[in-house]
Design a protein around this ligand. Structure first.
Ligand SMILES: Nc1nc2c(ncn2[C@@H]2O[C@H](COP(=O)(O)OP(=O)(O)OP(=O)(O)O)[C@@H](O)[C@H]2O)c(=O)[nH]1
Ligand SMILES: [Mg+2]
Length: 294
């Protein structure tokens, strides 16, 4: 075994919508986390396992930090805190065009207590001038970061130098996971997330926040996959909005999700979507447990 091999956990944290998931997908070179222009898209910790001959980097994408207003958000904040335990490196991501916000400062307060090295990533630099980026970098210098790195996760051409920098902070260690896996999450989880991403992309206002998805069946055959998901809403009045006139909107959502799942599994996909109601599920501990927010 190579004595120079590095391996470790890298937590990606920051307020909602700053580009945490976009960055993880870029670094992984694979789409593992769902992305949308709306805040609070990521709800759970999503692990991405990056393997190279020199290193294994385990990225933990987390929900955006916010002040919890209901039980689901309490759990989202717990997922962030959980990712900071035993981590080897923290990537604090912020949006250079809006930094510093109250939430940025609150995240920094939490990070202060971790002994792991910390990099500040000023993302979305494509949105501002070089002068603004430089000024914001200077502003961060007084803080506790080991490095301040401006990037544009969306337009980054190659992640190679970023990966090299990240690995240099990791300890020499054997890989934690099999070196041919990019995730330890089951396909059922990705199905749920793909359907949820379509909800975030296609509906406005409360619908994305009032919905969650559970994969009830995932049957794989030699040339096809049959999947059944439940799409849960909080109130009956939300159902007609989700379905759209004559069921048109839900059909479009289903077809888009089928297409994306097909691109991953490479087989014909038959996806059934059942719309169900669980009153106020976001505020109920039992419902959250049942839906996998553990
Ligand atoms: N202009 C620009 N937009 C970006 C960049 N990186 C991400 N975005 C956009 O920012 C939005 C949010 O990106 P996400 O990756 O979902 O952000 P997040 O931090 O994971 O958000 P939550 O999961 O909600 O906390 C999406 O519309 C992205 O396309 C960037 O470098 N430049
Ligand atoms: Mg995200």
């Amino acid at each position: 075994m190579n004595k120079q091999f590095r391996s470790g956990f890298v937590s990606i944290v920051g307020k909602p919508n700053v580009g945490k998931s976009t960055l993880m997908n870029r670094l992984m070179g694979e789409k593992l986390s769902i992305i949308s222009p709306k805040p609070q898209t990521t709800r759970q910790q999503v692990k991405g396992i990056y393997n190279s001959p020199e290193s294994q980097i385990i990225f933990l994408d987390t929900p955006g930090f916010l002040k919890p207003r209901y039980e689901l958000q309490e759990r989202m904040v717990e997922y962030i805190k959980g990712s900071l335990k035993n981590t080897d490196l923290i990537l604090f991501i912020t949006d250079v065009s809006t930094y510093p916000t109250d939430y940025d400062e609150q995240v920094c307060q939490i990070l202060k207590h971790s002994s792991a090295p910390k990099l500040a990533i000023l993302n979305k630099m494509d949105l501002v001038s070089q002068e603004v980026t430089k000024a914001k970098m200077a502003q961060m210098e007084a803080l506790f970061f080991d490095e301040i790195i401006p990037i544009s996760a969306l337009y980054m051409e190659s992640a190679d130098s970023f990966i090299t920098r990240i690995s240099s902070f990791l300890p020499f260690a054997q890989p934690y996971y099999a070196t041919d896996e990019i995730s330890d999450l089951p396909m059922r989880f990705f199905v749920q997330e793909i359907v949820r991403e379509q909800i975030f992309l296609r509906y406005r206002e409360e619908i994305p926040y009032a919905s969650t998805v559970t994969c009830e069946q995932y049957k794989e055959f030699p040339n096809k996959v049959e999947i059944s998901v439940n799409l849960w809403l909080e109130r009956n009045s939300q159902k007609p909005i989700l379905l759209g006139a004559g069921g048109k909107k839900i059909k479009e959502l289903r077809l888009a999700a089928e297409k994306e799942i097909h691109s991953i599994v490479g087989k014909r996909v038959k996806l059934e979507v059942w719309v169900k109601i669980k009153q106020n599920w976001r505020k109920k501990k039992n419902a959250l447990n049942e839906f996998g927010y553990l």
